[in-house]
Write a protein that binds this ligand. Structure first.
Ligand code: FMN
Length: 234
């Protein structure tokens, strides 16, 4: 089968992409809404984009052209928390995707407890085994449906006692869940351990050798039509 992309609608492409890019980890984002209400929603277009400083990225789409509450809240307050849920929290993760007006707190609706942020005003989920307190770094729009890639710098890692050993997360103890295509999820299958491949240690780049935002090292710089309109917060 061959599918030429110009023939596809945004919904058809979404279905294909969410079935192809699998399994996806889930950023369960708490953010501050109007009146200090704690908003909560899951996002599986999620990855990390830098390890020093640690930075994570999430693609947030739009509903009927409007920004989702999470996107509005991040832009308004410039901080958010990426909580990582485990298998015991799957029902709540799924239910928190339900659309509600901005002033309704999914955390309250679902009866989830929160803990105050240590470096930011946004609370984290008490039940989450891992929570990352993030400061907004930048937002970059992509494509024709208004999706935006939000990047946040992780200020504090909260990791449940016993989950990390020698600086590494014990995945079997974390029991993470992932998103597949459609309303489908999966949990951890058998773990296969291979001999480690030697990798050159990471080093810190001199500031002026770091490629500028929007460029690709030695590759041709993007045209103005392609150049992402990134906003960076000092
Ligand atoms: C597991 C899961 C993953 C999701 N991933 C994304 C995503 O990566 N990007 C996105 O825009 N919406 C995603 N959604 C949909 C949002 O969670 C949903 O639109 C939610 O209502 C947004 O809430 P908010 O308006 O409070 O931000 C996902 C939903 C589920 C159930």
């Amino acid at each position: 089968m061959r599918i030429a992309t110009p023939e596809l609608t945004p919904e058809q492409i979404y279905k294909l992409m969410t079935g192809i890019v699998v399994p996806r980890p889930i950023a369960w984002i708490s953010s501050l809404g109007p009146g200090g209400k704690v908003n909560l929603a899951p996002f599986s277009c999620f990855t990390f984009v830098s390890n020093m400083p640690p930075m994570v990225g999430i693609s947030i789409g739009r509903k009927a052209g409007q920004r989702k509450d999470t996107a509005n809240n991040i832009l308004a307050h410039r901080h958010f928390v990426v909580n990582i849920g485990d298998e015991t929290l799957l029902d709540a993760i799924h239910a928190s995707a339900e659309e509600h007006p901005p002033e309704i707190s999914e955390v309250e609706l679902l009866g989830l407890d929160t803990l105050p942020g240590e470096t930011i005003a946004t609370p984290r989920l008490a039940a989450a085994p891992i929570s990352l307190e993030c400061r907004f770094h930048s937002v970059t729009p992509f494509g024709d449906t208004g999706a935006e890639f939000f990047v946040g710098e992780v200020l504090v890692f909260h990791i449940r006692d016993g989950l990390a050993r020698d600086g590494k997360i014990e995945t079997e103890l974390l029991r993470p869940v992932c998103r597949l295509g459609g309303p489908n999820y999966a949990s951890l299958g058998p773990i296969v351990t291979k001999k480690a491949v030697r990798q050159t240690p990471k080093s810190i780049m001199p500031r002026d050798a770091t490629p500028a935002a929007g460029s690709a090292g030695d590759a041709a710089a993007p045209t103005s039509a392609q150049a992402p309109a990134s906003k960076e917060v000092p």
